[in-house]
Design a protein around this ligand. Sequence first.
Ligand code: HEM
Length: 487
Amino acid sequence: GCICLLICSLPSLSDFLFGSSLCLSARLFVTRAQLLSLVVSSPTFLIWFGPTPRLTVAEPELIREIFLTRADAFDRYEAHPVVRQLEGDGLVSLHGDKWALHRRVLGDAFYPDNLNRLVPHVVKSVAALAEKWREMAAADGSGEVEVDVAEWFQEVTEEAITRATFGGSYNDGRVVFGMQSQLMAFASEAFRKVLVPGYRFMPTKKNWLSWKLDRGIRRNLTKLIGRRSEEAAAVEAAEGEKADTGSFRDLLGLMINASQRTTRAKAIPVHDMVEECKTFFFAGKQTTTNLLTWATVLLAMHPEWQERARREVLDVCGSDDPSKEHLPRLKTLGMIINETLRLYPPAVATIRRAKADVRLSDGCMIPRDMELLIPIMAIHHDARYWGQDAAQFNPARFAGGAARAAKHPLAFIPFGLGSRMCVGQNLARLEAKLTMAILLQRFEIRASPNYVHAPTVLMLLYPQYGAPLIFRPLASQPSENHRTSPR
Ligand code: HEM
């Protein structure tokens, strides 16, 4: 019951931030009993979000219309300025031609051939984490170590998104994203409390620090873009079209190159590049941390699946570090990751706004400007599509692929649907597979007695009291000699 209330009251990827405060106003208009009766009686119902009515649509056929067949009639929901400042004015919030240009340019980074070039980097950072845990376990008399994976996985995902965004300028990028990380920590702390309108303009100590960090991020990024642009121009003048060097084509480089090869009208200005970098950090780090966290928690809770996945990893990779050739063969891990995304989708809902009056095929009239809330998590738990064991962890349901796992192919939408579908989903899956494979090769994992299972929503779905798990190093460890060295 509680989870329905949460899911239904919560807005999109970016607007989740306001969950805590606006939920209060939503509750003034709809009592819990009214809401639950609505949830039970129909998958389509209206909820007041403060002064704004929102139609909740949890019917896959209607979702098809909203995201695919009649997508032109709907737009992404516009986040509050506070959230936009944090998430950046990039792909997530752009519209029309500007969105199309950015999506085309940035989408190039996420093709499998290019993403595969990140594999050795991700492997290196996960292996370093595993090595630290092994040393901690060895230093402890028990021979095992308890770690809060929700905290530790941040290192892996921050490294991956920094590489994806800045590639060769990794060290400069790290400084910038380090500042953004701090900014997000402040924001997340503030949003745990009740939001006071206008408070963000008050010169409090935290606000001063946030403004300073924001200025620092912009200054550093602008400098970096200037330097990279000069380098790219010099290379282009010397060699014409830049040859494929075999290294990862990073987001910043793609934007700079696109701007140099086009008319001024179609170039991406420096200000917009800065915003995109912020957006990708915001959209790509915490979402993936949550996926890694829930997947590891589920492996700890289900030793039979943990063992099955470990056997597969050892069959496919032996004691070598996982490589791009291994990834497609890790099928059980793929199923476990999908089942994790079904049960605990990091983005629990998304929102659309009608651009004009639209009548949906069920006869429902949607007036212009009406907001539609798509409760991703509720759809993932709907027994009509997933059967009576919808609440159970059963990766086997994904054995025939994601589209065939449920009775309706659109009952599984952890990354959204249609043209605005998550651009980074392949990167998130790659990080998850590599991380799970490396940990399974090295450790037996179980939940700590200190673990409290309390999924909650603040922006995203995360474990309210962290995810303390116990890692016991396995007797045979992958050999150091096999370690792939990143380019
Ligand atoms: C498990 C991890 C992730 C989940 C669950 C997730 C979820 C989503 C969802 C549901 C959307 C669509 C929102 C909507 O339609 O309103 C989305 C969009 C987006 N995601 Fe992800 N995401 C993840 C990882 C990533 C990563 C790693 C990146 C960046 C590298 C990323 C970047 C984006 C961007 C830029 C958009 C906006 C796309 C557009 O509007 O064209 N996401 N994500």
